[in-house]
Design a protein around this ligand. Sequence first.
Ligand code: PEP
Ligand code: MN
Length: 366
Amino acid sequence: MSLEEILSLFNNTKNTRSQLIISGPCSAESEQQMLQTATELVELKKIHIFRAGIWKPRTLPGKFEGVGMIGLKWLQKVKQIYNLPVATEVASANHVYQALKHGIDFLWIGARTTSTPFGVQEIADALKGTDTPVLIKNPISPDIDLWIGAIERIKNAGITKVGVIHRGFSTWEKTKYRNYPHWQIVIELKRRFPEMLIICDPSHITGNKNYIPEIAQKSVDLNYGGLMIEAHHDPENALSDKEQQLTPAELNKLIDNLNISTKDFKNIPINSEIEQIRTEIDILDDMLIELLAKRMSLSHKIGELKKNNQLSILQITRWNEILNTRQKKAQFHNLNANFVENIFNEIHRESINIQSNIIKTTDHNF
Ligand code: PEP
Ligand code: MN
């Protein structure tokens, strides 16, 4: 894909089958690491933009914070040797000036910066008068307005090629993934900006290379326009995010195994809509199951407490309160009251089963 072809993917309402592939290490570490990784990635003939973080915003102090300016020279070298567009993260006006001075083709704004309107505005001001393509990662918190605010600040600075990167959202509770995807936020963003280039970053969503394929496939199914996947020639010795970086060979396999062909089917408009809705239903059903699992683990906890304090399982006033409040809420959302009552009866039945099993397991320590 030429640079012009890549740029034509921004502001595009057509359903294209091609996936824009951005890959490279989490961080630039040394000239040797950058050139070795780039050589192996370029050999795949599958990547369109080479990425590397120069300035690394780390949540906790004391971790590797990036090599700084020298890394821009290495990116420049990759660009010259391989004639490949390059991208890096910027978090301040100075980063923007330095990156542009070194001919970096694409800039991205990291999740922590998107969360800070002052930071985004400073970057927007520094970009005025250029038409550098910018990719905006979602903010750390699941707040669509913060994300849209950042998009608008960059667009208001006169940047016409603005895309987004979905990298998942922080959660208090540990889940399977490092960052929870909240797909529905991206679906809503796509509804509001149908022409926006949307890239998925399964590396930062999963935090674990074994889960990258399933998230990458889901993003393809949801018609995202591309993938940003971290790759390193020697992930085990990477200075940041080593659990989630793929080797170029692993990236090759992942891309080959992506099922992109379903997009042919999606070109028929009615099927395309049905497919889209089915994918959304699958996502919501997954969430329902996760929520039920959480709900039942709380029943387990409360069962233990009731056992230790010799309380009876069924507390009828509490049960009435549950039914009433849930039915009111259901009405508010135009849900059939019987349907909701049936569901809660089943949930309650299962909760009681769980609690009775706990109470039955008495200790036999005389
Ligand atoms: C990155 O892409 O290396 C990065 C730091 O990402 P994020 O801002 O999504 O954490
Ligand atoms: Mn990273």
